[in-house]
Write a protein that binds this ligand. Structure first.
Ligand code: MN
Length: 204
């Protein structure tokens, strides 16, 4: 079964003024679509890999045939990362988390400290990549970044929030000012969704 580009769960202009409509159109319809298309093209070379779920592929990259492993890592990662990214953003969002996730953030110094660390990890990622909040297998939160389209799944972590720091995510509006993009980005975070992912991943 071919992997499919998920529809954006809101309009292209829904995240204005923080993320502009044109960026969203290009990002979803071209960049994300290309990851899906390239993932399917790679898997077509090994039909027995086509029925594996995306999480399975990324969590167990070593079991993917070597000649397509890099393509699956990059494009499968790109597909999974962006699918999460669209979900954890939304219109009329922002604010602060509540419930179990807010309590978990307290153990890391509180919400402001977590935001500062996610920003620092994003600013500090040289070149392209992602800044993450993920769960370790033991249930503890992990704040960190990955290069390119590498997924935290490949390191045994379950991502619950990721912010894309590739230039294509912000360059039209913010130019080279990645820190300004990261500051504005908190206004579009759907914390109810992040909390849901936290609990699904076994956070407590
Ligand atoms: Mn992207």
């Amino acid at each position: 079964m071919a992997h499919e580009l998920p529809p954006l769960p809101y309009g292209f202009d829904a995240l204005e003024p923080h993320i502009d409509k044109e960026t969203m159109e290009i990002h979803h319809d071209r960049h994300h679509k290309a990851y899906v298309d390239n993932l399917n093209a790679a898997l077509a070379k090994h039909p027995e890999q086509q029925d594996r779920g995306l999480e399975d592929l990324l969590r167990n990259l070593n079991s993917v045939p070597e000649d397509i492993r890099t393509a699956v890592r990059n494009n499968g990662g790109g597909h999974h990362n962006h699918s999460l990214f669209w979900q954890i953003m939304g219109p009329n969002a922002g604010g602060a988390p509540s419930g179990a996730l807010a309590q978990a953030f307290e153990k890391l110094g509180g919400f402001d400290q977590v935001k500062a660390q996610v920003k620092a990890n994003g600013v500090g990622r040289f070149g392209s990549g992602w800044s993450w909040i993920a769960l370790e297998s033991g249930g503890n939160l992990w704040l960190g970044s990955t290069a390119n389209q590498d997924s935290p799944l490949t390191d045994g972590r379950t991502p619950i929030l990721g912010v894309d720091v590739w230039e294509h995510a912000y360059y039209l509006k913010y130019k080279n000012l990645r820190p300004a993009y990261l500051d504005a980005w908190w206004n579009v975070v759907n914390w109810a969704k992040v909390d849901e992912l936290y609990r699904k991943a076994g956070g407590r």
